[in-house]
Design a binder for this molecule. Structure first.
Ligand SMILES: Cc1ncc(COP(=O)(O)OP(=O)(O)O)c(N)n1
Ligand SMILES: Cc1ncsc1CCOP(=O)(O)O
Length: 544
């Protein structure tokens, strides 16, 4: 019998410990298959061999009825005893060569891949699909490897130099996948030529569901529907000052009309200032660090700001839950990796956060963004590094490349703040001038740019890139106007909030931006696009 061709589009992996009360595994699996599961893997970690075989036979009866392949996790002997259609192995299990010898040519063999090294080691193996993950952290497998996150997944899918595996070998993604993040993962991983994702492999979301049939129907719909939110669905032009003004007005109008709730998990130093900035910019702040309410808040949230300024390891579960819940409801997540390179703890917290879910915007200073890019950076506390790059000539090209590379890897938007602010969606890069030196002497000003970005994005979800650009322009404009005639940092901070409030108010925001004062401030945008080969071309300057 030839090896069956398998539809890997919705792969269920079992865990009897996660079943709803009074529900048997057999019933849950059958309901999930009715909802659209196309492959079932029986994963039993606690059963004796005899019990595993017994359960395998029971589940096989069901999967056979629906013509769905049954894969056994880890155990070749059980796969043989049950005459299952296949086996899934990790790197501590039976190697693929031995498994193939034992199972014969007709059975499916799947292999776990958690990093690039494992992919290289698989060279020439006679396997049928790869289970790539964990994409995100998960409680289902407490001993899991560090999550790949979107950047790790993209690195893996772009890998071109591994011969010996069937080209276009099917890939399923595993680890923290649910109906809230599935589309993000598929979208973020799309466009890679070498390898492509066929579907998710899901444990807890399906196995613990009260209504697995309905849930699987939702998974199936999401698999075929276009993503609900992407950051640049909306086309916009910034070719001259008039176009920039028009865009600013339309973004601010939406912000003003909705007054979205912006959930902040932020550091103790800036809470009060950030909440006031949020209100002034047109949002409604809530500062909460209670893990028990993250899901409820996400239900009504407009956007979520995660600032790791005073984070401790105890807060990791809170970050994880908050990101997961906000992804579930499609709320934009803005991450500020404060002081990311300053300590081992901050580097690992950054990795935890990037491995917890999809992050829409990463905002940091040069040292923080270089740390996210994987460089080892010496930071002075949580402030910026002694910047090695100025904003001119070759340095400006290096900065443009840095932000666009990080944005490409994470398939999101990256903002790098400094005298000039840099922002990229992985394709275009925009350098935005403006702001005032007094920002550097008022604590919380850097953090509160994350707040303004979240406030702008919350109700402009189909044009996130534009919203971020507008947020930076508004912020820098307010900072400069606030500095007119003030005594020093204290009065500047008050005037800054006043200016943000004036700008976000419906009355006169157009007029404010169109006034000659805007021109006199000398703000400008410098815009780079990519040529057909993906290289950054010449930049173009737009004076506001
Ligand atoms: C589809 C799929 N992908 C990955 C795994 C993980 O397998 P493994 O690394 O062997 O870990 P355990 O499942 O044994 O904990 C999987 N089971 N299925
Ligand atoms: C078996 C396994 N391998 C990598 S992550 C994982 C568990 C995934 O479980 P869940 O879908 O509940 O996050």
């Amino acid at each position: 019998m030839p090896r069956p061709s398998v539809d890997y589009s919705l792969y269920l992996v079992t865990d009897s410990g996660l079943l709803p009360k009074n529900r048997s595994l057999a019933e849950q699996v059958e309901r999930a298959i009715r909802g659209g599961v196309t492959v079932v893997q029986l994963r039993e970690k606690k059963l004796s061999t005899a019990e595993f075989i017994k359960r395998g036979r029971e589940i096989h009866e069901i999967t056979r009825k629906y013509n769905v392949p049954l894969i056994i996790n880890d155990r070749v002997d059980v796969a043989l005893a049950v005459d299952a259609e296949g086996l899934h192995v990790g790197w501590d299990d039976c190697d693929v060569k031995t498994a193939r010898e034992l199972l014969g040519p007709d059975k499916i063999i799947g292999v776990s891949i958690t990093n690039l090294d494992e992919l290289s080691r698989l060279h020439g193996a006679d396997c049928d699909y790869l289970g790539v993950g964990p994409i995100y952290a998960t409680n289902t497998k407490p001993d899991h490897d560090p999550p790949l996150g979107i950047s790790g997944l993209r690195d893996l899918l772009q890998r071109k130099n591994f011969e010996g595996l069937p080209s276009k070998i099917p890939i399923v993604v595993i680890g923290g996948v649910n109906t809230g993040n599935l589309q993000w993962i598929k979208w973020a991983a799309s466009g890679e030529e070498r390898m492509s994702i066929q579907g998710p492999a899901v444990v807890s979301a399906i196995i613990s569901s009260e209504d697995p049939e309905d849930l699987c129907l939702s998974f199936r719909k999401l698999l075929t529907a276009p993503p609900a939110f992407a950051f640049s669905q909306h086309e916009f032009k910034l070719d001259d000052a008039a176009e920039v003004y028009t865009n600013i007005s339309s973004i601010l109008k939406n912000v003003h009309e909705h007054k979205s709730m912006i959930h902040h998990i932020t550091n103790d130093v800036v809470k009060n200032f950030s909440a006031n900035v949020c209100l002034a910019a047109g949002g409604s702040p809530i500062m909460s660090e209670n893990i028990e309410e993250t899901a409820d808040l996400a239900r009504i949230n407009g956007a979520f700001v995660l600032n790791m300024g005073t984070a401790s390891p105890d807060a990791h579960p809170l970050f994880f839950e908050a990101i997961r819940s906000n992804n579930q409801f499609g709320n934009p997540v803005v991450f500020d990796p404060v002081g990311a390179g300053a300590s081992k703890l901050r580097r690992s917290t950054t990795a935890v956060i990037l491995g917890a879910g999809y992050i829409d915007v990463i905002k940091g200073n040069e040292g923080e963004i270089r740390t996210v890019a994987g460089e080892t950076v010496e930071m002075r506390g949580v402030d910026s590094v002694d910047t090695i790059l100025d904003d001119e000539g070759e340095s400006s090209k290096t900065k443009a490349l840095l932000v666009s590379t990080v944005a490409q890897r994470h398939k999101n938007i990256v903002v790098m703040t400094g005298v000039t602010d840099w922002v990229s969606d992985g394709k275009s890069v925009i350098a935005i001038s403006g702001g005032h030196m007094l920002q550097g002497v008022v604590t919380g000003t850097g953090c509160s740019l994350g707040t303004v970005i979240a406030t702008m994005i919350a109700n402009n979800r189909n044009c996130k890139f534009l919203s971020v650009i507008v947020a930076i322009i508004v912020y820098n404009y307010a900072a400069m106007r606030a500095a007119e005639g003030v005594e020093g940092p204290g009065s500047w901070a008050v005037a800054f909030i006043d200016w943000l409030f004036r700008l976000s108010g419906q009355s006169g925001m157009d007029a404010l931006f169109r006034k000659p004062e805007f021109k006199e401030l000398g703000m400008s945008l410098e815009i780079w696009g990519r040529d057909s080969e993906g290289n950054l071309g010449e930049s173009k300057k737009v004076r506001l």
